[in-house]
Design a protein. Structure first.
Length: 101
């Protein structure tokens, strides 16, 4: 499991580094295209999300408790935004669903 996580971390770091550093190294002028600028801005967030989401669903005993924790986390982050409250709420949702199932 550790080698899988270290490999994922390495892939994420390389993705972020290459997408951010390659244009900086190859292009000498400022990038003016709004599409390319927004693409380069959001790539790190997307790569982190794509690597984290499957781990959220498989980290618990059942798929449904992972989904409940994810949903609770999304709702709490949308409403409140406090990282501590979001993590406590997601853990509580997982715990309650695990008790029920």
């Amino acid at each position: 499991m550790d080698s899988y996580m270290n490999g994922g971390l390495l892939v994420m770091a390389m993705t972020i580094y290459l997408v951010r550093a390659l244009p900086l190294a190859l292009l000498r002028k400022e990038i003016r295209s709004p599409f390319i600028r927004s693409f380069l801005y959001y790539v790190p967030y997307v790569s982190l999300s794509v690597m984290t989401f499957p781990a959220i669903l498989s980290a618990t005993t059942s798929f449904w408790s992972g989904l409940a924790g994810f949903a609770a986390g999304v709702v709490l982050a949308w409403v409140d935004g406090n990282l501590f409250r979001v993590s406590i709420g997601a853990c509580a949702a997982v715990f309650l669903v695990e008790l029920i199932l």
